[in-house]
Design a protein around this ligand. Structure first.
Ligand code: GLA
Length: 381
């Protein structure tokens, strides 16, 4: 991939730039908790975006996407927003840096990636983090890593229409080989957890489904959570996020919120607790409990938060049938992957069964990714 990027860059701009990369992520547990001020448990993976970049001394960005075989050119003021959605990620990062006082100029860039799109592995965060990290370095801006993650998140909010939390960008910037990160999404306090479950494998099964309207459904879920917080705050003004709420508080306002909003909040309150339970179980080396909580998350995401789909529920059922320790839909949902914690001796049988059954039911095979937990954003050369 690096060679392809180098060749295209040279061909397009007749010079050489620097190479930067930033990864996609997995998340062991803690889904839709980030924008509720709760905990998440992600890790960066060995799949990411790579970009070659060189300042060009003008006020324009000239960008080429190898994977989409598309070129875009845009300036750096608000009116210059490009129409191609992939280019808006790069434009958004530039704008968010400028809004924070960062003095950047135009640059030439070529990029490509191997994070599967729409798989719930945060290809967009990988793209944002690559450019946030690279521009910070190239223009010596001295922006800290927390702010780099927030720049990616603000790009999603202000230029891509997704009111996401901080998990994906944080994992992409702060990732560390061999470790998962427990992140408190309110304080941004974090702790690395070396993750090497001896006797188990962590594997992703990609349903290869991506539902339309995923981003509007995502924003709707977030709104439901905010509605419930507003209702609870009338009696408990100290509640800032659902993370602070208990089931008792939720039940107090049951009559004041819609049945749908109630279910959404119930899921979040339980999920925040599940992340903490998983941390304790990991510290005790108790993978059975970790797995049990993963199934709990799947059930909640499917029945209460309603962000699963037929294909993902099917893969989850197969995992259960095969005796897989833990399995659940990963990421925002509405398609993408399940993440599975599988005993070594069950791995082959599970994968074989999942592929055959999925093909029989849906007429196509899922994709399999073995997880390697890797480093976050960095300069390659
Ligand atoms: C997407 C968002 C994240 C997070 C997850 C669900 O990946 O970008 O901020 O909310 O969904 O956990």
């Amino acid at each position: 991939m690096q060679q392809k990027i180098r060749t295209k860059f040279k061909e397009s701009f007749n010079t050489e730039g620097s190479l930067y990369t930033s990864p996609g992520r997995i998340n062991l547990i803690g889904e839709h908790t980030d924008y509720n001020g709760g905990f998440v448990f992600p890790g960066a993976v060995d799949k990411g975006m790579i970009a070659e970049i060189k300042p060009n001394g003008t006020g324009k960005v000239r960008a080429f996407s190898i994977d989409l075989n598309d070129y875009a050119e845009f300036g750096l003021t608000e009116e210059d927003a490009p129409s191609a959605s992939w280019a808006r990620y790069i434009f958004g990062v530039c704008r968010e840096i400028i809004k924070r006082g960062g003095d950047i100029q135009g640059f030439d860039t070529v990029f490509a990636g191997d994070v599967p799109l729409g798989a719930g592995m945060s290809s967009s965060a990988a793209l944002e983090s690559t450019y946030a990290f690279a521009l910070n370095d190239l223009f010596s801006l001295n922006i800290d890593k927390f702010e780099l993650a927030k720049i990616g998140q603000a790009t999603e909010h202000n230029y891509c229409g997704v009111n996401c939390g901080i998990m994906d960008q944080f994992a992409s910037v702060f990732g560390k080989a061999g470790s998962l990160i427990r992140l408190d999404c309110r304080s941004l306090e974090y702790k690395y957890y070396p993750f090497n479950p001896v006797g188990y494998k962590l594997v992703l099964l990609d349903s290869v489904v991506k539902h339309e309207l995923a981003s509007s459904a995502y924003n709707k879920r977030r709104k439901s959570c905010e509605n419930v917080v507003a209702a609870i705050r009338r009696n408990h003004p100290e509640v800032e996020f659902l993370r602070d709420a208990t089931m008792e508080m939720l039940n107090e306002v049951k009559a004041d919120v819609s049945a749908e909003d109630y279910m959404r909040a119930e899921y979040v309150i339980e999920e925040v607790q599940r992340v903490l339970d998983v941390c304790a179980a990991l510290e005790a080396g108790d993978y059975e409990t970790v797995g049990e909580k993963m199934y709990g998350t799947h059930h909640g995401m499917s029945k209460l938060y309603e962000v699963s789909c037929e294909e993902l529920d099917f893969l989850n059922d197969i995992a259960k049938e095969c005796g897989v320790t833990g399995s659940r839909v990963m990421g925002g949902g509405f398609g993408g992957c399940t993440i599975n914690l599988v005993k070594d001796e069950l791995y082959d049988g599970f994968v074989k069964k999942a592929f055959a059954a999925y093909k029989e039911r849906f007429g196509r095979e899922p994709k399999l990714y073995n997880v390697v937990i890797s480093d976050g954003a960095r300069k390659l050369c």
